[in-house]
Design a protein around this ligand. Sequence first.
Ligand code: RB5
Length: 151
Amino acid sequence: MRIAIGADHGGYTLKKWVIKILEKSGCAVKDFGTYSSKRCDYPRVGFKVASGVASRKFERGVLICKTGLGMAMVANKVPGIRAALLSDRASARSSRKHNDANIAVFSGNRITRKKAEEILKIWLKTDFSGGRHKRRVDQIGNMEKKLRRGR
Ligand code: RB5
């Protein structure tokens, strides 16, 4: 699976760990930064990752900032993105089954490495259920189209 990943300074340390897990799981990972713990602005990185996933160059994305909140907000501005802030196994599972989430967002300082690994592994292997959930996800896509047309 092709994965785009990005973080700000608040997610930099966890990002390094997540890249290792993804690569061990056989994913091809493209790192969009940030590349040090020097303070930086999360919207710039979040937008790059979300745009890469929306363009289908990458099948999924992972974003990390201190709380996960800012990255989730940025990513969900990009049409076609369904970014989910994940903090437990149940949210990982349902974000895939029900919402077909294509970006997983983590808080860099509110979950342990072990927890992030557990959540990520579930998130990677869980398929979208389709059916009534597809109807709902399609409704989100239709709203994006309406907004693009200006109504
Ligand atoms: C940076 O201090 C912090 O605001 C950022 O990492 C993120 O948590 C924003 O939502």
